[in-house]
Design a protein around this ligand. Structure first.
Ligand SMILES: C[C@@]1(CC(=O)O)c2cc3[nH]c(cc4nc(cc5[nH]c(cc(n2)[C@H]1CCC(=O)O)[C@@](C)(CC(=O)O)[C@@H]5CCC(=O)O)C(CC(=O)O)=C4CCC(=O)O)c(CCC(=O)O)c3CC(=O)O
Ligand SMILES: NC(=O)C1=CN([C@@H]2O[C@H](COP(=O)(O)OP(=O)(O)OC[C@H]3O[C@@H](n4cnc5c(N)ncnc54)[C@H](O)[C@@H]3O)[C@@H](O)[C@H]2O)C=CC1
Length: 288
């Protein structure tokens, strides 16, 4: 009897032992932060960026200067209580709990309460009890890059961040913002979910992103977007920025991810020239 195909297949490299990297949407969700030290101040900033509603529990005498500043500057988003964590009632109605305490026993108790109440929790000092970890972050508008070593080496995450940062031009976030506006306007022109129109929309959007350079995408102002939709989407093609500006002819639209035919011919012409050159040399040598 023949084996089923799946049993014969070579095993793929291990796909376990990692964590799920997701962009958690926290807008207007309730987040409890217990502790007010330096680590708490970093948590507050991360959670504020995601537009959450924050409750902080921490005695005033232990507040870090940055924590104080954030509490004062974001009174509409942060409710601060000058006291210690008091028990399970604090967790009630929370969507997320973060502890950044100098007392590991309290951290552990809070984690256990959260587990019972099925509220996701991160304790800065007890990785084993965390439902999720924070990571080093690079942010440029809508572009968000998180580097995680999955608990192995947080300092290494910070160092990898510097390396990745140096490979970015700083214009990517702006370009992505413009792509967001273009996508919204395209969906307004060609509304609906799924089906052939959805597929066509996705293919066209992918081609624009493939063909246009990041710096070109940053030039997508209101006028250029309308022109790109009129001259591109409506006519089933993806013009370049130069074509839209009238600085390049309108024929020869480059399909995405294909190699331009000129590039394909280069090695052929090159090999031919090299071959011809060698033959001529051999011929001349023999003649001598
Ligand atoms: C598991 C995790 C839980 C969580 O916090 O979610 C965790 C746990 C712990 N960190 C500790 C120490 C340090 N943490 C940092 C820095 C960062 N730590 C961050 C995340 C995480 N830290 C999560 C795993 C992330 C991952 O693995 O990738 C970063 C990336 C993000 C952030 O905190 O927002 C941020 C850098 C951000 C940036 O710079 O951009 C530094 C270096 C520094 O400060 O420069 C040191 C000292 C050097 C060192 O230890 O490496 C200790 C005490 C260990 C001890 O007592 O020995 C524990 C507890 C333990 O491990 O037991
Ligand atoms: N995950 C990470 O990236 C890192 C984690 N850590 C760990 O994070 C924890 C916090 O670090 P720091 O902010 O530097 O400490 P910290 O000592 O500056 O701050 C602790 C805070 O907890 C408050 N606190 C203590 N007991 C409390 C209670 N019962 N209820 C409410 N608030 C209470 C204190 O008033 C203080 O504001 C430490 O356990 C440290 O080992 C430290 C560095 C990095």
């Amino acid at each position: 009897m023949s084996e089923p195909a799946c049993a014969r297949a070579t095993p793929s490299p291990a796909i376990s032992g990692g964590s799920l990297l997701i962009a958690w949407q926290l807008k207007d969700k309730n987040v409890l932060i217990v502790g007010g030290g330096e680590v708490a101040s970093q948590r507050i900033e991360s959670v504020l960026t995601a537009d959450a509603l924050i409750t902080i529990l921490s005695p005033a005498r232990g507040l870090h200067a940055r924590t104080k500043q954030l509490i004062d500057a974001h009174a509409a988003r942060i409710t601060y209580y000058d006291r210690r964590f008091s028990g399970p009632a604090e967790i009630h109605k929370m969507d997320m709990v973060l502890t950044a305490l100098d007392d590991v026993n309290i951290s552990r108790e809070i984690c256990e309460m959260c587990r019972k109440a099925k509220v996701p929790v991160n304790a800065a000092d007890i990785p084993d009890l965390c439902d999720f970890y924070f990571g080093a972050q690079i942010r440029d508008g809508p572009l968000q890059i998180m580097i995680s070593t999955n608990g192995n080496g947080p300092r290494m995450a910070a160092l990898m961040k510097k390396r990745i940062q140096s490979a970015l031009s700083g214009t990517e976030g702006g370009a992505i913002e413009k792509v967001g506006v273009l996508r919204t306007q395209l969906k307004e022109r060609a509304p609906g979910v799924g089906g052939p129109l959805g597929r066509k929309r996705m293919k066209w959007m992918s081609e624009v992103c493939n063909i246009w350079q990041v710096d070109e995408l940053t030039q997508l102002d209101e006028h250029t977007i309308i022109k790109l939709l009129d001259e591109g989407w409506e006519k089933d093609r993806v013009p370049t920025l130069d074509q839209l500006k009238g600085q390049q002819k309108w024929h020869g639209f480059r399909p995405s991810q294909s190699i331009p035919s000129s590039t394909l011919w280069l090695p052929v012409i090159g090999s031919f020239a090299l071959g011809a050159g060698c033959t001529a040399l051999v011929f001349l040598a023999r003649k001598k």
